[in-house]
Structures are given as structure tokens and as C-alpha cells.
Design a protein around this ligand. Sequence first.
Ligand SMILES: C[C@@](O)(CCOP(=O)(O)OP(=O)(O)O)CC(=O)O
Length: 365
Amino acid sequence: MIEKDFIPKAYKSSIDKGSVTWSSPSNIALVKYWGKKQNQIPENPSISFTLNNCKTTTNLSYTKKGDSDNFSFEVFLDGKKEDGFKPKIEMFFKRVEVYLPFLKDYHFKIETSNTFPHSSGIASSASGMSALALCLMSVEQELSKADVIPSAVKESSFIKKASFLARLGSGSACRSLEGDLVVWGKHDAIEDSSDLFGVKYPYAVHDVFKNYQDTILLVDKGEKQVSSTVGHNLMHGHPFAQERFKQANKNLSDIISILKEGDLDGFVALVESEALTLHAMMMTSMPYFILMKPNTLEIINKIWAYRNQTGFKVCFTLDAGANVHVLYPEREAPKVLEFIQNELVAYCQNGQYICDVIGLGANKL
Ligand SMILES: C[C@@](O)(CCOP(=O)(O)OP(=O)(O)O)CC(=O)O
């Protein structure tokens, strides 16, 4: 598919008002997206676990307005007006306007809430942007149903277009709509993979990865000093960029047999190397920056020591921040949780952590 396939046939916006609600989860990448071209096209393919408990619920109500001159919307977080979100949403609306021609015909009220604490340092852009994209797709569906022109959106392409739109809001958001593993970015070994939207991982996955656990240790809840968007852009002209993109492609090839065979040693090595490479890219860009904190490293060292002592296949990954995602099979959960409580919680800000597990994606409420 190409971009223009997502432009619907013209339809009249004949409905005056309505409201839709979607809940959509966060995700954690195993092979990381870091570096992008124009129009939110990733430099390399990525794959992520969809999460279950960390999610955003968004209610979108829409009211027809007299003109179609400008975007008109207001945003509420947990019932409180949140104008801080407006620039990102305005930019998102501009990017998707051509694919959702009704956007300037309505006033939108966006009411959103997260299951995880606000300012926990957990990126809410993946869950938030995917929930908003799904709401907008439901509006498109409602409007085109009411129109004499047949729906531009077939049921089967609903998720595909929602993922396409979510990507234009935040790249990693396109991997949050489905579960339990999603690939984004063209890769020869993954059938139907695309740079434009996420696809459900199409191959067999060993039972050991069912209900895989992710305990998120909140090391630093503060605002990040460098946003992901700035970090992605620093991959332009980065001295190691081409090698990194090659490595990500190879890791995506390698993870296919790891997932099929339940090769936990291979999984641990690949996932931890991806996390450290992501941060190595940050440390070697110009300007350079460090998002890990001393406690991030304390936790990593404790995980390595515990793995050596016990043989449990617990490993870590990081996103663009200081928090640590501790990943482990469900069968190891009782022991690993004990270890987390006894040895790792001390390094979390206010002792805070979130227990999550692989999930199945977004839901319409
Ligand atoms: C480190 C990452 O989490 C990067 C996420 O980047 P974003 O999706 O937040 O970036 P934008 O496309 O600029 O919104 C790795 C990943 O999720 O693959």
C-alpha cells in the first residue's frame, strides 16, 4: 500500500454530533526504532511487545461547526484542561488532514486519562496517539456510514489506517493497536511489513513468551532533557547510523527463530544489546546526551548478578529514558518479583514500579 490509498473518497459530513471512546495500550520495543526520514518513515524496522495495563483511554466528542477554516479542539487530562498537549495534537491534525477530510468541519473535545501516573516518565505518546487515531477512525466510519457514498473504510483496513494515522502522531504509536507482537518497518523476512503502519507479527511464537512479564521500574519521573523526536533527528549524519540500521535489520531476522524456538538466552542477549545500543547512539551523537541515571546502571548490574546466580532468564530493556523494563517469563514471576522487591525497588523513585504483561491491543469502549 502507498500513502494515497489512505485518502478516502469525498464524503459529506452530514452528522451533527457524536462521541466515541477507545482504550489503547503502550508498547515496549525489543528491536528499537531510532532514526527516521521525512514523514515519520523509520530508518529501520522495529518489533515490540504490546503491553496490557499501561494504557490511555480517550473519549472524543465531535460537534459540527459553521465553517471549515481551522482546526478546533480542546484537550482534557483526567478532567482538567491540558493546553500543553495542544501543539502536538495540532501538528498531528495537520499531518493527517488529507486522510481525514472532515477534521476542519467539527469541533473536537478530547478527554483522556492514563492508567499509569502522569509524569511517571512512561511515554504516553504511544498509547495516547493510538487511542486518538482510533477515535478519529471511528468518527470517519460513522460519517461515511451516514453518507450516500459507500464507506471508504472497509472493516479489514480499519486497523491498518488507524495504525497509519497513529504513526503520523508518534512513530511507536503505530505498534500499539494490536498484540501481542507488532512489527513496524519494511523487512524482507516479515510478510506484508510496511514503513507506513504496524502489522501483527505473523509467525509462530513459543509458549514461553505467552504472558511474558514486564515490570517497569520508575527510576526517574522527571521530564526528559531530550525528546525522542530530537534524538531521532540526531541520527542524521550520526557516525554509526548506517551500521546501527544494518544491525537492527539483522536483529529482526534473528528474533524470528528466537521467538519460534523459545531461545531465552538468544532473547536476553538480543534485547539487552538493543537497549544498550539505543543509549550508545545517544551518547555518540553530536550533541551527545545521556538519559540513563546512576540508578539505571545499579539496576542493570543487579539484574546481571541475579541472572548469573540463579540462571533465571530475566533481562532488561530501556526506552528513551532512565526507567528500566524488567522482562521475564511467567513461570519465573514469583521468584523474580521477590528479587525486584528485595533488591531493585530501593533504586526506584519513591519505590514506584508497575507490573505489566504482554497484551492484545486496543479496545473500543
Ligand atoms: C526509544 C523508542 O521508544 C523511540 C520512540 O520514539 P517515538 O515514537 O516516541 O518518536 P516520534 O516518532 O518522534 O514520536 C524506541 C521504540 O519505541 O522503538
